[in-house]
Ligand binder design. Sequence first.
Ligand code: MRU
Length: 353
Amino acid sequence: MEVQPLTIRADADHAIVWENSRLYLLDQRRLPAEECYIELQRADETARAIQDMVVRGAPAIGITAAFGVVLAARAAFQGAGGAWRSAIGPELQILAESRPTAVNLFWALQRMQRLFPEIGDQDPEPALLREAQAIHREDVAANRTLGDLGAELIEAGKSVITHCNAGALATGGYGTALGVIRSAHAKGRIERVFADETRPWLQGSRLTAWELARDEIPVTLLTDGAAASRMARGDIGWVIVGSDRIAANGDVANKIGTYHLAVAARYHGVRVMVAAPTSTIDMSAPSGEEIPIECRNPEEVLSCAGTRVGAFGVDAWNPVFDVTPAALVDAIVTERGVVLSPDRKKIAELMAD
Ligand code: MRU
Protein backbone atom coordinates (compact mmCIF):
# COMPACT_ATOMS: atom_id res chain seq x y z
CA MET A 1 0.00 0.00 0.00
CA GLU A 2 1.24 3.41 -0.96
CA VAL A 3 1.49 6.28 1.52
CA GLN A 4 0.34 9.53 -0.09
CA PRO A 5 1.55 13.03 0.67
CA LEU A 6 -1.01 14.82 2.80
CA THR A 7 -3.49 16.45 0.43
CA ILE A 8 -6.62 15.90 2.54
CA ARG A 9 -7.21 17.78 5.78
CA ALA A 10 -6.05 15.34 8.45
CA ASP A 11 -8.40 15.34 11.38
CA ALA A 12 -10.44 12.79 13.23
CA ASP A 13 -13.62 13.64 11.30
CA HIS A 14 -11.83 12.85 8.03
CA ALA A 15 -10.37 9.47 8.93
CA ILE A 16 -12.25 7.78 6.05
CA VAL A 17 -12.31 9.73 2.79
CA TRP A 18 -13.58 8.78 -0.67
CA GLU A 19 -11.97 10.99 -3.28
CA ASN A 20 -10.94 10.61 -6.94
CA SER A 21 -12.66 7.20 -6.99
CA ARG A 22 -10.28 5.98 -4.29
CA LEU A 23 -10.49 5.25 -0.60
CA TYR A 24 -8.16 7.12 1.74
CA LEU A 25 -7.69 6.06 5.35
CA LEU A 26 -5.94 8.13 7.98
CA ASP A 27 -3.30 5.66 9.20
CA GLN A 28 -4.26 5.28 12.88
CA ARG A 29 -1.19 3.15 13.60
CA ARG A 30 0.97 6.22 13.14
CA LEU A 31 -0.97 8.68 15.27
CA PRO A 32 -0.17 10.87 17.09
CA ALA A 33 3.36 11.14 15.69
CA GLU A 34 2.36 11.29 12.02
CA GLU A 35 -0.84 12.27 10.24
CA CYS A 36 -0.81 10.51 6.89
CA TYR A 37 -3.25 8.70 4.64
CA ILE A 38 -3.10 5.36 2.92
CA GLU A 39 -4.64 5.10 -0.54
CA LEU A 40 -6.64 1.99 -1.40
CA GLN A 41 -7.88 0.85 -4.78
CA ARG A 42 -8.71 -2.79 -4.09
CA ALA A 43 -10.95 -4.71 -1.72
CA ASP A 44 -8.15 -7.01 -0.52
CA GLU A 45 -6.06 -3.97 0.41
CA THR A 46 -9.06 -2.64 2.30
CA ALA A 47 -9.44 -5.91 4.21
CA ARG A 48 -5.73 -5.84 5.08
CA ALA A 49 -6.02 -2.25 6.30
CA ILE A 50 -8.82 -3.35 8.67
CA GLN A 51 -6.89 -6.40 9.84
CA ASP A 52 -3.70 -4.36 10.38
CA MET A 53 -5.49 -1.59 12.36
CA VAL A 54 -4.94 1.23 9.86
CA VAL A 55 -8.61 1.82 10.59
CA ARG A 56 -10.29 0.44 13.72
CA GLY A 57 -13.34 1.00 15.86
CA ALA A 58 -16.58 -0.82 15.08
CA PRO A 59 -18.54 1.75 13.04
CA ALA A 60 -15.39 2.85 11.17
CA ILE A 61 -14.68 -0.77 10.24
CA GLY A 62 -18.23 -1.09 8.88
CA ILE A 63 -17.99 2.10 6.81
CA THR A 64 -14.59 1.10 5.45
CA ALA A 65 -15.90 -2.34 4.50
CA ALA A 66 -18.80 -0.69 2.65
CA PHE A 67 -16.31 1.27 0.54
CA GLY A 68 -14.38 -2.00 0.14
CA VAL A 69 -17.49 -3.48 -1.47
CA VAL A 70 -17.48 -0.58 -3.97
CA LEU A 71 -13.87 -1.41 -4.89
CA ALA A 72 -14.68 -5.12 -5.10
CA ALA A 73 -17.66 -4.42 -7.37
CA ARG A 74 -15.58 -2.22 -9.65
CA ALA A 75 -13.00 -4.99 -10.10
CA ALA A 76 -15.72 -7.63 -10.59
CA PHE A 77 -17.48 -5.51 -13.25
CA GLN A 78 -14.20 -4.81 -15.04
CA GLY A 79 -13.41 -8.53 -15.08
CA ALA A 80 -16.80 -10.13 -15.61
CA GLY A 81 -19.15 -7.40 -16.89
CA GLY A 82 -22.81 -8.28 -16.26
CA ALA A 83 -21.76 -11.39 -14.32
CA TRP A 84 -20.15 -9.22 -11.60
CA ARG A 85 -22.41 -10.63 -8.88
CA SER A 86 -20.89 -14.08 -9.28
CA ALA A 87 -17.35 -12.71 -9.55
CA ILE A 88 -17.49 -10.55 -6.41
CA GLY A 89 -17.97 -13.41 -3.91
CA PRO A 90 -14.32 -14.11 -2.96
CA GLU A 91 -13.59 -10.44 -2.24
CA LEU A 92 -16.68 -10.13 -0.04
CA GLN A 93 -15.41 -13.15 1.85
CA ILE A 94 -11.98 -11.53 2.34
CA LEU A 95 -13.66 -8.40 3.71
CA ALA A 96 -15.85 -10.48 6.05
CA GLU A 97 -12.80 -12.29 7.43
CA SER A 98 -10.84 -9.12 8.25
CA ARG A 99 -11.95 -8.89 11.91
CA PRO A 100 -14.52 -11.00 13.78
CA THR A 101 -15.95 -9.04 16.72
CA ALA A 102 -17.37 -5.72 15.47
CA VAL A 103 -20.79 -6.61 14.10
CA ASN A 104 -20.91 -3.32 12.17
CA LEU A 105 -18.63 -4.99 9.61
CA PHE A 106 -21.19 -7.71 8.84
CA TRP A 107 -24.08 -5.28 9.13
CA ALA A 108 -22.50 -3.04 6.46
CA LEU A 109 -21.62 -5.94 4.16
CA GLN A 110 -25.21 -7.21 4.35
CA ARG A 111 -26.66 -3.76 3.72
CA MET A 112 -24.46 -3.37 0.62
CA GLN A 113 -25.36 -6.85 -0.66
CA ARG A 114 -29.07 -6.17 -0.31
CA LEU A 115 -28.71 -3.78 -3.28
CA PHE A 116 -27.19 -6.37 -5.60
CA PRO A 117 -30.46 -7.81 -7.03
CA GLU A 118 -31.90 -4.42 -7.99
CA ILE A 119 -28.62 -3.32 -9.66
CA GLY A 120 -28.74 -6.44 -11.80
CA ASP A 121 -26.23 -6.65 -14.67
CA GLN A 122 -25.48 -2.93 -14.81
CA ASP A 123 -22.30 -1.18 -13.63
CA PRO A 124 -22.72 -1.50 -9.85
CA GLU A 125 -20.30 1.23 -8.79
CA PRO A 126 -22.55 4.32 -8.78
CA ALA A 127 -25.35 2.73 -6.74
CA LEU A 128 -22.99 1.01 -4.30
CA LEU A 129 -20.97 4.18 -3.81
CA ARG A 130 -24.16 6.08 -2.97
CA GLU A 131 -25.01 3.41 -0.38
CA ALA A 132 -21.53 3.44 1.21
CA GLN A 133 -21.68 7.23 1.44
CA ALA A 134 -25.15 6.98 2.99
CA ILE A 135 -23.84 4.52 5.62
CA HIS A 136 -21.04 6.99 6.39
CA ARG A 137 -23.39 10.00 6.62
CA GLU A 138 -25.97 8.16 8.71
CA ASP A 139 -23.31 7.08 11.19
CA VAL A 140 -22.24 10.69 11.80
CA ALA A 141 -25.88 11.72 12.24
CA ALA A 142 -26.48 8.83 14.66
CA ASN A 143 -23.46 9.86 16.71
CA ARG A 144 -24.67 13.44 16.99
CA THR A 145 -28.08 12.26 18.14
CA LEU A 146 -26.82 9.71 20.65
CA GLY A 147 -24.14 12.14 21.83
CA ASP A 148 -26.83 14.62 22.81
CA LEU A 149 -29.01 11.91 24.40
CA GLY A 150 -26.09 10.60 26.45
CA ALA A 151 -25.10 14.10 27.56
CA GLU A 152 -28.54 14.53 29.11
CA LEU A 153 -27.73 11.74 31.59
CA ILE A 154 -24.66 13.52 32.93
CA GLU A 155 -24.88 15.96 35.81
CA ALA A 156 -22.30 18.75 35.95
CA GLY A 157 -19.42 18.73 38.39
CA LYS A 158 -17.74 15.37 37.88
CA SER A 159 -15.18 13.74 35.62
CA VAL A 160 -15.56 10.65 33.45
CA ILE A 161 -13.38 7.70 32.49
CA THR A 162 -13.28 6.34 28.95
CA HIS A 163 -11.52 3.30 27.57
CA CYS A 164 -9.96 2.64 24.17
CA ASN A 165 -11.04 5.05 21.43
CA ALA A 166 -14.72 5.43 20.65
CA GLY A 167 -14.23 8.78 18.99
CA ALA A 168 -14.48 10.30 15.53
CA LEU A 169 -11.59 8.08 14.49
CA ALA A 170 -13.54 4.95 15.42
CA THR A 171 -16.69 6.03 13.57
CA GLY A 172 -17.78 8.10 10.59
CA GLY A 173 -17.17 11.20 12.72
CA TYR A 174 -17.98 12.82 16.10
CA GLY A 175 -17.76 9.50 17.95
CA THR A 176 -19.98 7.41 20.21
CA ALA A 177 -18.49 7.59 23.73
CA LEU A 178 -16.54 10.68 22.67
CA GLY A 179 -19.70 11.98 21.00
CA VAL A 180 -21.41 11.89 24.42
CA ILE A 181 -18.33 13.49 25.97
CA ARG A 182 -18.19 16.19 23.27
CA SER A 183 -21.89 17.03 23.70
CA ALA A 184 -21.66 16.97 27.52
CA HIS A 185 -18.52 19.10 27.52
CA ALA A 186 -20.23 21.66 25.29
CA LYS A 187 -22.98 21.90 27.95
CA GLY A 188 -20.39 22.37 30.73
CA ARG A 189 -21.12 18.99 32.30
CA ILE A 190 -17.66 17.43 32.21
CA GLU A 191 -14.80 18.50 34.44
CA ARG A 192 -12.17 16.22 32.95
CA VAL A 193 -11.84 13.05 30.91
CA PHE A 194 -9.58 10.32 32.24
CA ALA A 195 -8.52 8.18 29.28
CA ASP A 196 -7.26 4.67 29.93
CA GLU A 197 -4.16 4.18 27.83
CA THR A 198 -5.53 0.80 26.58
CA ARG A 199 -2.80 -1.76 26.15
CA PRO A 200 -1.60 -3.19 23.87
CA TRP A 201 -2.51 -0.86 20.98
CA LEU A 202 -2.69 2.25 23.16
CA GLN A 203 -5.83 3.58 21.48
CA GLY A 204 -6.49 5.67 24.61
CA SER A 205 -3.17 7.43 24.81
CA ARG A 206 -2.51 7.67 21.07
CA LEU A 207 -6.02 8.35 19.71
CA THR A 208 -8.50 9.41 22.40
CA ALA A 209 -6.06 11.84 24.00
CA TRP A 210 -5.18 13.19 20.52
CA GLU A 211 -8.83 13.82 19.66
CA LEU A 212 -9.72 15.41 22.99
CA ALA A 213 -6.62 17.59 23.17
CA ARG A 214 -7.41 18.90 19.66
CA ASP A 215 -10.90 19.81 20.84
CA GLU A 216 -9.48 21.42 23.99
CA ILE A 217 -11.39 19.04 26.26
CA PRO A 218 -9.35 18.48 29.44
CA VAL A 219 -7.87 14.98 29.32
CA THR A 220 -5.58 13.04 31.64
CA LEU A 221 -4.12 9.66 30.79
CA LEU A 222 -4.40 6.70 33.13
CA THR A 223 -2.62 3.39 32.95
CA ASP A 224 -5.36 0.77 32.63
CA GLY A 225 -4.65 -0.42 36.17
CA ALA A 226 -5.15 3.06 37.66
CA ALA A 227 -8.87 3.42 36.90
CA ALA A 228 -10.20 1.86 40.14
CA SER A 229 -7.89 4.05 42.24
CA ARG A 230 -9.19 7.10 40.41
CA MET A 231 -12.79 6.03 41.11
CA ALA A 232 -11.94 5.60 44.79
CA ARG A 233 -11.22 9.34 44.98
CA GLY A 234 -14.91 10.04 44.40
CA ASP A 235 -14.66 12.48 41.49
CA ILE A 236 -15.79 10.13 38.69
CA GLY A 237 -19.47 10.22 37.74
CA TRP A 238 -19.54 7.92 34.74
CA VAL A 239 -17.51 5.40 32.81
CA ILE A 240 -18.42 6.06 29.16
CA VAL A 241 -17.42 3.53 26.49
CA GLY A 242 -18.39 2.41 23.00
CA SER A 243 -19.09 -1.14 21.88
CA ASP A 244 -18.16 -3.57 19.15
CA ARG A 245 -21.25 -5.73 19.53
CA ILE A 246 -24.21 -5.65 21.89
CA ALA A 247 -26.11 -8.93 22.33
CA ALA A 248 -29.91 -9.19 22.40
CA ASN A 249 -29.87 -9.37 26.22
CA GLY A 250 -27.77 -6.20 26.58
CA ASP A 251 -24.38 -7.84 27.20
CA VAL A 252 -21.69 -5.59 25.75
CA ALA A 253 -18.52 -6.61 23.91
CA ASN A 254 -15.93 -3.85 23.93
CA LYS A 255 -12.18 -3.38 24.18
CA ILE A 256 -10.43 -5.70 26.62
CA GLY A 257 -10.45 -4.05 30.03
CA THR A 258 -14.01 -2.71 29.79
CA TYR A 259 -15.31 -5.58 31.93
CA HIS A 260 -12.99 -4.92 34.86
CA LEU A 261 -13.73 -1.20 34.53
CA ALA A 262 -17.45 -2.00 34.89
CA VAL A 263 -16.82 -4.26 37.90
CA ALA A 264 -14.77 -1.51 39.58
CA ALA A 265 -17.41 1.09 38.69
CA ARG A 266 -20.21 -0.90 40.34
CA TYR A 267 -18.11 -1.30 43.52
CA HIS A 268 -17.49 2.46 43.67
CA GLY A 269 -21.01 3.58 42.76
CA VAL A 270 -19.85 4.94 39.40
CA ARG A 271 -22.35 4.49 36.55
CA VAL A 272 -21.52 2.82 33.23
CA MET A 273 -22.77 4.20 29.93
CA VAL A 274 -22.35 2.35 26.63
CA ALA A 275 -22.79 4.62 23.62
CA ALA A 276 -23.34 2.88 20.29
CA PRO A 277 -25.45 3.14 17.14
CA THR A 278 -28.09 0.44 16.64
CA SER A 279 -25.88 -1.01 13.88
CA THR A 280 -23.80 -2.36 16.81
CA ILE A 281 -26.72 -4.35 18.25
CA ASP A 282 -26.75 -7.96 17.11
CA MET A 283 -30.19 -9.45 17.72
CA SER A 284 -28.92 -12.80 16.43
CA ALA A 285 -26.56 -13.12 19.42
CA PRO A 286 -28.81 -14.09 22.36
CA SER A 287 -26.11 -13.19 24.91
CA GLY A 288 -22.47 -12.19 25.18
CA GLU A 289 -21.46 -15.85 25.12
CA GLU A 290 -22.28 -16.01 21.41
CA ILE A 291 -20.10 -12.99 20.53
CA PRO A 292 -16.85 -14.08 18.84
CA ILE A 293 -13.89 -12.53 20.66
CA GLU A 294 -10.87 -11.75 18.53
CA CYS A 295 -7.54 -13.04 19.86
CA ARG A 296 -4.61 -11.31 18.19
CA ASN A 297 -0.93 -12.09 17.87
CA PRO A 298 0.80 -12.41 21.29
CA GLU A 299 3.60 -10.26 19.86
CA GLU A 300 1.30 -7.25 20.35
CA VAL A 301 1.58 -7.80 24.12
CA LEU A 302 5.20 -8.91 24.19
CA SER A 303 6.33 -5.73 22.43
CA CYS A 304 5.52 -2.05 22.78
CA ALA A 305 6.12 0.40 19.91
CA GLY A 306 8.43 -2.13 18.28
CA THR A 307 10.52 -2.80 21.40
CA ARG A 308 10.39 -6.15 23.17
CA VAL A 309 9.02 -5.65 26.68
CA GLY A 310 8.09 -9.25 27.59
CA ALA A 311 10.70 -11.56 29.06
CA PHE A 312 12.20 -13.81 26.42
CA GLY A 313 10.75 -17.30 26.33
CA VAL A 314 7.30 -16.31 27.69
CA ASP A 315 3.97 -16.49 25.88
CA ALA A 316 1.08 -13.99 26.06
CA TRP A 317 -2.71 -14.29 25.84
CA ASN A 318 -4.12 -11.47 23.77
CA PRO A 319 -7.93 -11.37 23.61
CA VAL A 320 -8.68 -7.85 22.36
CA PHE A 321 -12.29 -7.63 23.52
CA ASP A 322 -14.24 -8.74 26.56
CA VAL A 323 -17.92 -9.01 27.46
CA THR A 324 -19.47 -6.86 30.17
CA PRO A 325 -22.69 -8.44 31.47
CA ALA A 326 -25.79 -6.28 31.00
CA ALA A 327 -26.26 -6.25 34.79
CA LEU A 328 -23.16 -4.02 35.10
CA VAL A 329 -24.40 -1.52 32.49
CA ASP A 330 -26.50 1.44 33.64
CA ALA A 331 -27.37 2.84 30.23
CA ILE A 332 -27.07 1.91 26.58
CA VAL A 333 -27.37 5.07 24.52
CA THR A 334 -28.28 4.78 20.83
CA GLU A 335 -29.61 7.12 18.15
CA ARG A 336 -33.05 5.54 18.67
CA GLY A 337 -33.08 6.26 22.38
CA VAL A 338 -31.66 5.42 25.79
CA VAL A 339 -32.10 2.03 27.45
CA LEU A 340 -31.59 2.23 31.23
CA SER A 341 -30.60 -1.00 33.05
CA PRO A 342 -30.70 -2.94 29.76
CA ASP A 343 -32.26 -6.37 29.47
CA ARG A 344 -33.61 -8.57 26.69
CA LYS A 345 -37.11 -7.05 26.73
CA LYS A 346 -35.92 -3.44 26.60
CA ILE A 347 -33.43 -4.15 23.80
CA ALA A 348 -36.17 -5.91 21.79
CA GLU A 349 -38.44 -2.88 22.25
CA LEU A 350 -35.69 -0.51 21.10
CA MET A 351 -34.98 -2.58 18.00
CA ALA A 352 -38.67 -3.01 17.18
CA ASP A 353 -39.22 0.75 16.87
O1 MRU B 1 -9.46 -2.98 18.42
P1 MRU B 1 -10.20 -1.71 18.14
O2 MRU B 1 -9.37 -0.49 18.25
O3 MRU B 1 -10.96 -1.79 16.82
O4 MRU B 1 -11.30 -1.64 19.26
C1 MRU B 1 -12.19 -0.56 19.28
C2 MRU B 1 -13.08 -0.56 20.45
O5 MRU B 1 -13.10 -1.47 21.25
C3 MRU B 1 -14.04 0.58 20.55
O6 MRU B 1 -14.28 0.88 21.90
C4 MRU B 1 -15.36 0.17 19.91
O7 MRU B 1 -15.14 -0.26 18.60
C5 MRU B 1 -16.35 1.24 19.91
S1 MRU B 1 -15.94 2.42 18.64
C6 MRU B 1 -17.10 3.59 18.50
